[in-house]
Design a protein around this ligand. Structure first.
Ligand code: GTP
Ligand code: MG
Length: 214
């Protein structure tokens, strides 16, 4: 998919504030600081479209981006930031859950996990909760450029091992580096494919002006 335009639409603090739209939507979630906002920038080819930070908990609202006038990418606040407090964490669970189950246009949730470190229980718990509720998701491993090839392979194997111990439906798994941009094309291709499917898996004909493959 060629990115011809990418713009910020609006921020929302809850489902009722999300933009009214029938465009296919793809959301990024994962531990705080894992690289969600950076991935939006990688995918759109814009270095500063979504604000990133070396400090965790930068993104605190649901940020909507419009690409090629035909799809939304959504940058969600992350989980696992210890200093955010119990009250905030409980609210985060409510808001994201409400969005996941109450947004009919949401085609896929990308759960980002840090591939430069061994699998984290908090990610496994989050993935398990999506799997149990049959909420569609795919995994994106980030920061693999920070690990040696040997470490990266070991982390991926350990991750797969843990995943297969509980998962009911194996998700698609991608590896992307926001530094080298490796994996970008595969992920864009996947997003395009999903954008062209309706809920039953058929084609929809409403992607006028986009790069529909013949
Ligand atoms: P929150 O909004 O705080 O939840 O974080 P986030 O998940 O949006 O992370 P963000 O994109 O802000 O990135 C956090 C830090 O990780 C930044 O310093 C990024 O430059 C860095 N980073 C993100 N992706 C990668 C990657 O693939 N490789 C490397 N080496 N660093 C990355
Ligand atoms: Mg962010």
């Amino acid at each position: 998919m060629l990115i011809r335009s990418a713009t910020f639409v609006e921020s929302a603090s809850q489902l009722t504030e999300c933009p009214v739209s029938d465009l296919p939507e793809f959301a990024m979630i994962g531990r705080s600081n894992v690289g969600k906002s950076s991935l939006i920038n990688t995918l759109t080819g814009r270095s500063d479209l979504s604000k990133t930070s070396v400090k965790p908990w930068k993104t605190q609202l649901m940020n909507f981006f419009l690409i090629n006038q035909t799809r939304h990418l959504v940058d969600l606040p992350g989980y696992g930031y210890a200093q955010s407090g119990l009250e905030h964490r409980a609210k985060w669970i409510d808001v994201t859950h409400e969005y996941f189950v109450g947004r009919p246009t949401l085609k896929m949730i990308f759960v980002l996990v840090d591939g430069s470190i061994p699998p984290q229980q908090i990610d496994m718990d989050f993935i398990q909760s999506l799997d149990e509720e049959e909420i569609p998701f795919a995994i994106v491993m980030t920061k693999l450029d920070k690990a040696t090839q040997k470490e990266a392979t070991r982390h991926q194997c350990l991750f797969l091992e843990k995943l297969t111990s509980f998962i009911s439906t194996m998700p698609e798994i991608f590896a992307v580096s926001n530094v080298t941009k490796k994996g970008r094309e595969e992920l864009l291709e996947y997003i395009e494919t999903l954008s062209l499917q309706d809920k039953k898996g058929g084609k929809v004909g409403t992607c006028e002006g986009d790069d529909i493959k013949k």
